[in-house]
Structures are given as C-alpha cells and as structure tokens.
Design a protein around this ligand. Structure first.
Ligand code: COA
Length: 325
C-alpha cells in the first residue's frame, strides 16, 4: 500500500511578542497565575501580519526543506477557523501567492484538531493514488476572535501558522496510523457564535454585536485529559506499538497541566513530550505543526524516530497520528 510521508515542515509567526506582564497591564491577572495554571509565559500576536502572510512563510519553509516546487503540488489543504476572509478560501489564496497552479485547494475546519484532520485527509488522497504532493497547513489569528476582557480565555491563545509538505514514501517511513473522533454533543463547551441570518425574507435577529470564543475551561480540561490519552492508547494498540517505542509526543500545546496529566495517564516520561507553549500559547490548528517543525529543526525529532502527533479542541474533536520519521 502507498504510504504518505512528511517531506518538510515550516512555521510562520507574528513578530510581536506579548508577555503575561503585558496582559496584566489591562487585565486583572498576573504572570504567576498564568504560568502556574497554564505553563504559558508569552504568545505571538499579529499586530501587523495577515494569516495569509504567516501561512505563506510556513509553506515556503516546508517547500524549501522538502525540495518540492510550487508547481509540483497537486493539493493544498488549510486548517483554520480564522481565515482573513471566507472567500476566497485560505488555501486558494495560498495557491495564488505560491504559484501552485496545479493544486486543488480547500479549507478544513476542526478547530485545534484541524491540522491532524488535514494531514489525515492528505494521507488518504496519497494512499488512494489521487495525489502525490500535498501542502498541509494549520494557521490561526485567534486574537481577532478573543474577548480581550475575558481573563479566563484570552490569556491562553496566540497567533501563528505551521505547514508540512506530504508526499509518497519510498520505504517504511511515513504516516503509520491515525485515530480521529468527534463529540458534537459537547460542542457548547468551546464555541464561537456566527453572524445571525438576515435577508429580505427574514427580519434581523438580535445576535451578538461581536463574535468571541466562549469556553468552559474546566469542561474542556476534563475532556482533554481523558480523551487524549485514550486516543493515543488506541492508536498505539491498533498499531502494535507501545509507549516505550515512541521517541517523542507532539501534543496540541493548550496547557502544560493537560500535557503533564496525559503523560501521567499514559505512564510515559514527561521528557518525551515536546513543549513550546511557554513561548506561543495555544495557537489552535497551528500548534501541532509549529511544534513539529521546531522539534525537527532543533534536532529533538530525528530521522527514524517514531512520533505521536495529537490535537484536540472545539467540536469537540480529537485526532492522534503515529508517524515514522
Ligand atoms: N488571572 C487571574 N485569575 C483568573 C484568571 C486569570 N487569567 N482566569 C480566571 N481566574 C480566576 C477565576 O475568576 C476564579 O476566581 P474565583 O475563584 O474568585 O471565582 C479562579 O481564577 C479559578 O478559576 P477557574 O476557572 O476555576 O480556574 P482553572 O483552574 O479551571 O483554570 C483554565 C482556568 C482556563 C486555565 C483551565 O480551566 C484550563 O486550562 N482549561 C482548559 C482550557 C483549554 O486548554 N482550552 C483550549 C483547548 S483546545
């Protein structure tokens, strides 16, 4: 069976660093509270960049590393819930700036699991022979959907983008397995209202003036600490692998306490978990590819390593993936 493989990765981050102390200037919070509850020390905020610019940077790095030219891409899948505009979609805008004229482009929405869902989609197209080289992105400017007066939510998030070029594996390396899931019944614990319907046949409804993320933090926390280890355990069991076989776990960077709890429940050493949320906060769909890219470029993730990628969040959705690098 044809196997899909990650050929290159990249990341694009806004220049502006916003520390916890910066937030404490306009919010009733403190650096100590945020660090202790989340592990986050700072995040990047798009003070001037567009999401397209961040994604283009990530894509160009991933293409450089993989040696794949824009014209060779036959598909671009962008996972996001904060595209600069709904039309044209982010992936088609990327096609334009990259000159990837032969690519089929579509966006995908699965919140913080978006990159794993997009990577799985790329894998399916490659496995079935319908695509050979796919650019997968996860990118968000979450700062535009935050209520900056809600201290229990806005302190968690940051902006950024990550990318991977996926191609056909010539050997045993590549994406070995994936486990995806959704629980729409619990969707209300992490939500973002949309614009109310208003047309000549329907009078304007009274809707929110501005649309911001609503989060029931403790419910999301409970979901993450139970579902993420369960998904990873299932993935490993079905692949005939054990925790000991895994060299590095690259989890969605939502909260250090969630990662520590997952490590404990999986009985895996914390050192095996890649962590960078102290610098970027939770960047939703971008967090796994940014962490993967940093892991690879820093030498922490090496050729031949067996790694687990795992995302979880709104929907509720979750997804884990086993990759032989
Ligand atoms: N600074 C200072 N105090 C804060 C605060 C902040 N930024 N945010 C909340 N508080 C206060 C609350 O008002 C509350 O005060 P009270 O006891 O006087 O009412 C107190 O801290 C405890 O609030 P609580 O919501 O119980 O805190 P918590 O321990 O659950 O931590 C989160 C809050 C958001 C950090 C935690 O629930 C969490 O990480 N959840 C998961 C969120 C997540 O990862 N979402 C994305 C998933 S993709």
């Amino acid at each position: 069976m044809t196997r899909a493989k990650i050929l290159g990765t990249g990341r694009g981050l806004p220049e502006r660093v916003v520390t916890n102390d910066d937030l404490a200037e306009f919010l009733d919070t403190s650096d100590t509270w945020i660090r202790e509850r989340t592990g986050i020390c700072q995040r990047r905020i798009a003070a001037k960049e567009t999401l397209l610019e961040l994604c283009e940077e990530a894509a160009r790095q991933a293409m450089d590393q993989s040696g794949v030219e824009a014209g060779e891409l036959d598909m671009i899948i962008a996972a996001t819930l904060t595209a600069d505009h709904p039309l044209p979609n982010l992936s088609s805008s990327l096609q334009r700036v990259l000159g990837a004229d032969n690519a089929v482009c579509f966006d995908l929405s699965a919140a913080c699991s978006g990159f794993i869902f997009a990577l799985t989609t790329a894998q399916m197209y490659i496995q079935s022979g319908h695509a050979k080289k796919v650019l997968v992105l996860g990118g968000e400017i979450l700062s535009k959907i935050m209520d900056w007066t809600d201290r229990s939510t806005c302190i968690l998030f940051g902006d950024g983008a990550g990318a991977a070029v996926v191609g056909v594996s010539e050997n045993e390396e590549g994406i070995l397995a994936a486990d995806l899931g959704s629980n729409g019944k619990k969707g209300g614990v992490l939500s973002l209202p949309g614009r109310p319907v208003e047309n000549p046949f329907r009078p304007a409804e009274k809707g929110p003036e501005k649309c911001y993320v609503h989060m029931e933090g403790q419910e999301v926390f409970k979901f993450a600490v139970s579902q993420v280890p369960a998904s990873i355990r299932k993935l490993l069991e079905e692949s005939g692998k054990s925790i000991d076989d895994v060299d590095c776990f690259v989890l969605h960077q939502a909260n250090l306490r969630i990662i520590r709890s997952a490590a404990k429940r999986l009985k895996a050493p914390e050192e095996k978990f890649f962590i960078n949320m102290e610098r970027y906060g939770n960047t939703s769909a971008a967090s796994v590819p940014i962490a993967l890219d940093e892991g690879i470029r820093s030498g922490r993730i090496k050729k031949g390593d067996l790694i687990v990628l795992s995302g979880f969040g709104g929907g509720l959705t979750w997804g884990s993936m086993l990759v032989q690098m």
